[in-house]
Design a binder for this molecule. Structure first.
Ligand SMILES: *Cc1c(COP(=O)(O)O)cnc(C)c1O
Length: 417
């Protein structure tokens, strides 16, 4: 073993002792609500495939047709010779969907943030981020070279004071506010109307990551900004095609100048091969479905599941399709996830560094592809698990015990808990 390997092994052992080591456990089935892992069938509450589009026959067909028409790979960066018809069409579709002048597609949401933030902000500018902003927003901000300030999660007073500080000390700079609309690991919303009012008061720019709202909230699934009638006042709307759209790829929707500057300056766009054209073609199909009646039905179904879980668990509101059962200790989260797995549920434990140290949790995501009895079964399993492991987390749910108890007596056929 080389000395580097020995050091890397010690680092892994250290992660192990702190219950922070991660490893890959491949699924043996395609993405869906029932998956097989390590030979066991599990009910999947860990995917961001909110609308169940990852397995949609029309989207799979669009991928096939896209490859047949446009080839498998794009061959080069868009700026060399990789800009194929579906790439431009996808961007026109995205801009029309979001009501912006222009859009730019990337190979992932992560690449979109990593490229766009440093394209639009640089040394001498100020970026102000929510403490819980996604890793790609943090990394993109760091790469930009701008002066960074962080405000506690959704804390408007601190955001206001950072904005005041930025405007006073950097009077001629661009000042950007960066936040998610639905937070990926907490599932709560940002106070968007207040943030928009603040950024306007201080002549700042709002960069909004709608990764977990896209496809779910707003008319036709256009996002939280649309739901609140604020979309025209958000400067940059970012998102991903890998969650509700069931595919892969990221996007930014913004003014013509912002998008043209990103084409010229976003390094993850310029120096990266264009996404396969079939993915762009299938994403256009996914957007059509998302905006259609079928999309509305799927949205109603998944948001209905979330509301139902909130009502019968008593654990708290679920404004989109993510719920975090906060357990604190890493080992508690791991133990809970393992015991849920033993009962046939795939609910991941989320640990540091994805969430703050001591902020470990179970992260539940709902899908339109789930059935109502499946939501009931999960709710019961969670309540049972909490009762045994972390009764302190359960005060509200315990009060609702009557409701949960009644649920337990109902016949759910294949209930495995
Ligand atoms: C998943 C996610 C991304 C990254 O999108 P990918 O397409 O998976 O790279 C960006 N922002 C947030 C908030 C996310 O949850």
């Amino acid at each position: 073993m080389s000395s580097a390997d020995a050091a890397w092994s010690r680092m892994l052992a250290d992660l192990d002792t702190r219950s922070l080591r991660r490893s890959l456990r491949p699924l043996e089935t395609p993405q869906g609500t029932e998956v097989v892992r390590d030979g066991r069938t599990l009910l999947n509450f860990s995917s961001n495939d909110y609308l169940g589009l990852a397995s949609h026959p029309a989207i799979i067909a669009a991928l096939r047709e896209g490859a047949a028409h446009h080839g498998a790979g794009s061959g080069a960066s868009r700026l060399l010779c990789g800009s194929l018809p579906p790439h431009g069409e996808l961007e026109e579709t995205l801009a029309a969907f979001k009501g912006t002048r222009a859009a730019l597609a990337f190979s992932s949401g992560f690449a979109a943030a990593l490229g766009t933030i440093p394209a639009l902000f640089g040394k001498g500018d100020v970026l102000i981020l929510d403490k819980l902003a996604h890793a790609c927003l943090i990394d993109g901000s760091r790469l930009s070279g701008a002066t960074l300030r962080v405000y506690p999660h959704n804390d408007l007073d601190r955001l206001e004071s950072h904005l005041g500080w930025a405007r006073k000390n950097f009077p001629n700079s661009r000042v950007g506010v960066i936040t998610e609309s639905v937070f990926s690991m907490d599932g709560d919303l940002c106070p968007l109307a207040e943030i928009v009012a603040l950024k306007e008061r201080f002549d700042a720019v709002l960069y909004l990551d709608e990764a977990h709202a896209f496809g779910l909230l707003g008319a036709g699934g256009r996002g939280l900004a649309d739901a609140l009638g604020l979309a025209p006042r958000v400067d940059v709307q970012m998102g991903t095609l890998s969650k509700a759209a069931g595919l892969a790829g990221g996007y930014v929707c913004a003014s013509r100048a912002a998008i043209d500057l990103a084409i010229n300056r976003a390094r993850s766009f310029i120096y990266s091969t264009a996404p396969p054209p079939a993915i762009a073609a299938a994403a256009i199909r996914a957007l059509e479905i998302i905006a259609s009646d079928e999309g509305n039905q799927r949205r109603q179904r998944v948001l209905g599941h979330a509301a139902h879980f909130a009502a019968i668990s008593g654990l708290g509101p679920v404004p989109a399709a993510i719920f975090a059962v906060k357990l604190g200790e890493e080992s508690h989260a791991l133990e809970s996830a393992r015991s849920l797995e033993a009962s046939g549920f795939l609910v991941p434990a989320i640990r540091y560094p994805t969430v703050p140290k001591g902020g470990a949790r179970l992260r539940i995501t709902f899908s339109a592809a789930h059935s109502r009895p499946e939501i009931d079964r999960l709710t019961l399993a969670i309540a049972h698990g909490l009762e045994h492991l972390c009764p302190a987390v359960l005060p509200k749910a315990a009060k609702k015990k009557g409701e949960l108890g009644a649920l337990g007596q109902r016949d759910h056929g294949t209930m495995r808990i």
